[in-house]
Design a protein around this ligand. Structure first.
Ligand code: SF4
Length: 447
């Protein structure tokens, strides 16, 4: 069970030296109990106390990493049930199922789909993170030869080896151990041998059982065999069961600090109907799955799931914003148009994307409005005529352009006169209300 703040306080040095960044040991202890501080912030805590406090300071969902290098996937470390309580830490990973019954050519097509899945959205790279190789053949040789294709053609892609067949597991691990795959297939019947394999190849072990109760029994047994890094799958297939099991698991881990269920969850969303699969996967994204295995990754599906994942795993306390400055888009010169907008990331990327689409080199002045969109910033008094005028004067943009025309977003047309009053010699032009009107707007100016 988690320790209370007072119990933690009793184990701290009680010198109130402030080295941890808190005014007293008691304040630090309270933050530790709420999981809002890390124990290593106190340099003077004794080894004995560290041992006792490790449970209290460890995140309730164990962090587990699989894959190697830049594409390695980190899961777990979650501390809350609801995003608004603090934030969700590690975004769930998407994995594409690759059956070992496929031909080599078909496997190569699926590998390419994973490797080419990356898109850029509001400055973040989003992609399908991993390959889930499934042992549908139940044949060790076939599983190993599919693993060999993946090892050779996608050495950078993290892999989940899904098999309950020990021979197949070992033959694939021999080929992929360096990639730090997950060995997913320990069940109540084979867990001892699977645990031994995971231990000897130093990989995380995926554990399945029929429902959360059976799962917690099994992870406890596996832990006694010396396995720390586990992932769990409750076998839920229906969206209702995924929601119920995942919520129960996260609640037990976070609210009760119940260690046997404190592991990242794997959800198999696979369906023949791709739309239904997307909906089932969405339940996993919204409710606590750390890995979601998909049977196909069409572009439309990726866009929907990537966007949902990005929205859920964005820290609600930190506005998404870009740096305040004047950005040159294309080969902008002294005659290029000058637009202005706010520094909300989504606004910046949409507006800059539309300016790029227009193929008219331009300047885009991005003003710090604490990450608010244009209308919200205007309503909050952060995107006002005097602040815009001050920003433009301080930005030095007057040295980059020979004209004195500023194009403002159509939604704040009301500001045009006031900005002209504040900026001597400047003309303010009202641009389109929506960013997608920018290409036509620019074209009409050059016609
Ligand atoms: Fe107390 Fe350690 Fe913080 Fe110093 S650094 S105030 S001893 S908890």
């Amino acid at each position: 069970m988690a320790l209370t703040g007072v119990e933690i306080f009793k184990l701290l040095p009680k010198t109130n030296c402030k080295k941890c960044g808190f005014p007293t040991c008691l304040a630090f202890a309270m933050k530790l109990a709420q999981r809002q501080a890390a124990l290593d912030a106190c340099p003077d805590v004794s080894e004995e106390a560290k041992q006792k406090l490790s449970d209290a300071s460890a995140p309730p969902v164990r962090p587990v990493v699989f894959g190697a290098g830049e594409r390695a996937v980190k899961m777990g470390e979650e501390t809350v049930l609801f995003r608004h309580d603090k934030r969700f830490v590690n975004p769930c990973a998407f994995a594409l199922e690759v059956k070992d019954t496929l031909s080599e050519a078909e496997i190569l097509v699926r590998i390419e789909e994973v490797l080419n899945s990356e898109i850029d959205r509001v400055g973040q790279k989003l992609r399908v993170d991993a390959i889930a190789l499934t042992n549908d053949s139940n044949d060790a040789e076939r599983f190993a030869s599919a693993a060999k294709v993946i090892a050779e053609k996608a050495p950078e892609a993290p892999v989940i080896l899904c098999t309950e067949n020990l021979q197949a597991a070992e033959s694939a691990l021999k080929l992929l151990a360096e990639k730090k795959p997950i060995l997913f297939g320990a069940n109540p019947g084979n867990y001892q041998n699977m645990a031994a394999l995971a231990k000897s190849y130093k990989v995380a072990l995926g554990v399945t059982a029929d429902g959360p109760d059976a799962l917690s029994d099994l992870t406890e047994k596996i832990k006694t065999l010396g396995i720390e890094d586990m992932l769990i799958g409750s076998g839920a297939r229906k969206a209702k069961d995924i929601l119920e099991h995942n919520t129960l698991i996260r609640r037990a881990a976070v609210k009760k600090n119940f260690k046997p269920l404190g592991y990242p969850v794997v959800t198999f969303a696979r369906r023949e109907d791709s739309l239904l699969e997307t909906l089932v996967a969405s339940v996993g994204v919204a409710k606590y799955s750390s890995i979601i295995v998909l049977s196909s990754i069409e572009r439309w599906k990726n866009l929907a799931l990537f966007t949902l994942r990005q929205n859920i795993y964005t820290d609600p306390q930190v506005p998404m914003q870009v740096e305040q400055k004047v950005y040159a888009i294309g080969d902008a010169n002294s005659a290029s148009p000058l637009f202005i907008t706010t520094n909300f990331s989504l606004t910046y990327f949409i507006v800059s994307g539309e300016v790029e689409n227009s193929r008219v080199p331009s300047y885009l002045a991005v003003m710090d409005c604490e990450g608010l969109s244009v209308l919200t910033a205007w309503a909050a008094g952060k995107f006002t005529a005097s602040k815009i005028a001050q920003f433009l004067k301080e930005s030095g943009v007057e040295n980059s352009i020979k004209h004195r025309e500023l194009i403002i977003p159509g939604y704040v047309a009301i500001l045009s006169g006031a900005i002209e009053d504040k900026l001597d010699g400047w003309k303010v032009t009202v641009g389109p209300r929506e960013a997608n009107g920018i290409p036509a707007f620019l074209k009409s100016r050059t016609a």
